[in-house]
Design a protein around this ligand. Structure first.
Ligand code: IPE
Ligand code: IPE
Ligand code: MG
Length: 245
């Protein structure tokens, strides 16, 4: 057996498949720095980062993870140079178009969170079509955060609650107003590139999420790195405020 395959197998041996994180959320960070280290344009990092996304989706599904969320573009990312924003959306558009048919034909449910008002209409059209066609799929859920901000999501929820004229609210009801109403809270949040912050990603949902910050930049985060993250997660002691039994 080749050494590479052997390492791969050993890592999977360390995973307890009965205790997988049901929902993994990923903040895909470090594309720009990765490209710069290679003497390339930042946009090259986004291009290869899209390949990581595809690889991580495929592998998470194969391992048996139920839901996976990706932070692809934040409401604050509009503050970047127009050329870079355009290139990110060119990559997003192509990815969605390329995967459209295979998603519709799969067992996978596809959903996008974030505000759609600033997205190009053709991208929104494709997203809505895939969402509609996959809404009853139950095998696996892919959630993409596009023009998403956690604070904005909470404020939008409050405004919907006001419009519904509710007099008081409890946590289960509030959750129904979030864009993540149909998926559980993340068990594991991974942010690549060594940065240790949420940058406005799923703040409400991550109250008890285990946080993991690998040093690798997103374009280098692939199957092996996902397995390492799951192994690290399984070593954590999740107490949810209680004490150990
Ligand atoms: C993450 O990589 C991708 C997006 C935010 C869209 P960055 O572009 O933030 O890369 P760095 O953090 O500048 O290296
Ligand atoms: C967070 O990364 C947003 C995404 C990964 C889409 P940023 O690179 O935008 O975050 P900051 O600016 O370092 O906090
Ligand atoms: Mg960044």
């Amino acid at each position: 057996m080749r050494l590479k395959e052997k390492i791969k197998e050993n890592l999977q041996d360390q995973i307890d498949f009965n205790r997988l994180p049901a929902h993994i959320a990923l903040i895909m960070d470090g594309n720009g720095r990765w490209a710069k280290q290679k003497g390339r344009l930042r946009t090259y990092g986004h291009k290869i980062g899209a390949e990581s996304l595809t690889a991580v989706v495929r592998h998470a599904k194969k391992l048996g993870v139920k839901t996976i969320s990706f932070f692809a573009f934040s409401t604050e990312n509009w503050n970047r140079p127009k050329d870079e924003v355009d290139e990110i959306f060119r990559i997003v558009r192509k990815l969605i178009k390329d995967k459209k048919n295979s998603l519709i034909d799969s067992e996978t449910k596809f959903m996008v969170i974030g505000e759609r008002d600033r997205l190009d209409p053709d991208i929104v059209k494709d997203i809505e079509e895939i969402e509609e066609q996959t809404k009853d799929h139950t095998g696996f859920t892919i959630n993409i955060a596009l023009n998403y901000g956690g604070r904005g999501e909470i404020i939008a929820a409050v405004n919907k609650i006001l419009a519904d004229k509710l007099e008081s609210i409890d946590e289960p009801t509030f959750r129904k107003y979030l864009q993540t109403a149909s998926i559980p809270d993340p068990d594991l949040l991974i942010r690549t590139s060594g940065e240790q912050r949420l940058s406005n990603f799923m703040m409400y949902q991550c109250a008890y999420t285990e946080l993991y910050f690998p040093k690798v930049h997103w374009p280098d985060f692939r199957e092996k790195e996902l397995e390492e993250a799951i192994i690290a997660y399984q070593k954590r002691d999740r107490r949810f405020g209680a004490i150990k039994g």
